[in-house]
Ligand binder design. Structure first.
Ligand code: HAM
Length: 430
């Protein structure tokens, strides 16, 4: 029997993990620049946490099971509901706003394809108790800052506000259940399906035309004028438009003006209530959405006291893929900086001693653990891409010295044993 990984999961090898670690560390650093603190929640939760209000789509994708005590549990498909639960359990009385970020794997039973997995990672944040539109503007600026810091170039931030479409639907007295269905079709981007659905609903032509026009609008700020004209005196839509304008103002003020206003953003999860945004990298093809988020009202839906909440999550795997796809050079650290090579068996312990001193000085160092012959040692150091080799030989040692070889230039120099850590630290850290 050949043992295989479960479908839709991956193993990550060394090079890939180094890239992922670099991306993770960079994103964490930027989140912390904005005052976010990390939290961790369980990998599995009560099934009901996700069935309450995450939406039909998520329901079909949930990995759920019963434990030995007969409890219905689910592997988390996302982290907003768990963070909302954590907030309700422990943070309701804490001073606001509360800024939390997380990095962890999520599970969705989806049809696997490039960029779509059954286990994937999200790095995201939730901001509880901020005020719209400032909180939303800062959250979107944070997302853009993260991608800039990673050196990603071709990404598009699409921003919308659900209140505009919902305002029209409410005016047309469409039930909230039907509204959720309309939003789900808009989220899929299926214009023809939407047209048919609205017709089958018997929606008045004037509303239908406004909706179809609204979701097709895309552009910079000038689009807002069009929207204003279309929504007329619908007060919910007007408020939403004002909020959207406020978000764009914040983004302009911090220098991220490269956004696209897109009222066709509906989001796949049902808990969103106002500002929504998605980030696309078109080079990724069908799974181009590398991030999504917005303002939501889960806390209230879970029975807590209303608190304005907004957040987003990067699809971490897709961010890593986007960097690869755009050929971004990641400044990865060397695995091994120095290889200490004993020339003959009697100096092996001395090699360990030197390696130990280098490691204590914070320099990633390897020495021979496989009893390799000297020639093989050099090619091994080469394979490891070590920047320097310290050649430890009995004759040099008699003089209290070792030879340091620069593997890039090939140059060698004799260095006093006491100085070897300082010399290499200076060369490496410069
Ligand atoms: P979401 O759009 O469902 O939002 O997921 C966030 C991101 O996770 C997506 O933009 C996508 O990049 C990535 N993603 C989703 N499914 C998969 C998959 N099967 N394989 C690989 N990547 C995937 C949420 O989950 C919300 N909780 C985001 C949020 C936070 N909203 C407010 N706060």
């Amino acid at each position: 029997m050949e043992l295989q990984r479960p479908r839709g999961t991956r193993d990550f090898l060394f090079e890939e993990m180094r890239k992922r670690k670099y991306v993770e560390e960079t994103l964490r650093r930027v989140f912390e620049l904005y005052g976010y603190q990390e939290i961790k929640t369980p990998l599995f939760e009560d099934l009901s946490l996700f069935t309450l209000k995450s939406g039909e789509g998520i329901m079909e994708q949930i990995y759920h099971f019963q434990d030995k005590g007969g409890r219905d549990l689910a592997l988390r498909p996302e982290l907003t509901a768990p963070v909302a639960r954590l907030y309700l359990n422990q943070l309701q009385k804490s001073p606001k706003p509360i800024k939390m970020y997380y990095f962890g794997s999520c599970f969705r039973y989806e049809r696997p394809q490039a960029g779509r997995f059954r286990q994937f990672w999200q790095l995201g944040c939730e901001l509880m108790g901020g005020k719209s539109p400032d909180a939303e503007g800062e959250v979107i600026a944070l997302a853009a800052h993260c991608l800039e810091e990673l050196g990603l170039e071709d990404f598009e931030i699409h921003i919308g506000n659900l209140g505009i479409i919902r305002g029209i639907l409410n005016q047309a007295e469409v039930s909230s259940k039907l509204q959720d269905q309309v939003m789900a079709i808009i989220d899929k981007g299926e214009v023809e399906e939407l047209r048919n659905f609205l017709e089958d609903m018997g929606l008045d032509d004037s509303y239908k035309n406004i909706l179809l026009e609204l979701i097709s609008l895309q552009g910079h700020r000038e689009v807002l004028k069009e929207v204003e004209r279309m929504v007329g005196d619908n007060s919910q839509a007007k408020d939403a438009l004002l909020e959207l304008t406020g978000v764009l103002n914040v983004l302009d003020s911090v220098g991220f003006s490269n956004y696209i206003v897109n009222l066709g953003i509906a989001r796949g999860l049902d808990y969103y209530s106002g500002t929504v945004f998605e980030i696309y990298v078109h080079g990724l093809g069908a799974q181009k959405q590398i991030s999504g988020g917005g303002t939501y009202n889960l806390i209230e839906l879970f029975g807590g006291e209303e608190v304005e909440s907004t957040g987003f999550a990067f699809g971490f795997d897709r961010v890593v893929e986007a960097l690869k796809e755009q050929g971004t050079d990641l400044p990865l650290k060397k695995v091994v900086e120095v290889f200490v090579a004993p020339i003959s068996p009697e100096v092996r312990l001395k090699s360990f001693q030197i390696a130990g001193r280098l490691r204590k000085a914070g320099i990633p160092t390897e020495t021979d653990l496989a009893g390799k012959k000297f020639k093989k040692l050099l090619s091994h150091a080469n394979n490891l891409k070590a920047g320097y080799v310290v050649l430890v030989g009995p004759r040099d040692l008699e003089q209290g010295q070792v030879t340091v070889k620069d593997m890039d230039s090939g140059q060698q120099e004799l260095v006093d044993l006491e100085d070897v850590v300082d010399v290499l630290t200076e060369r490496i850290r410069g």
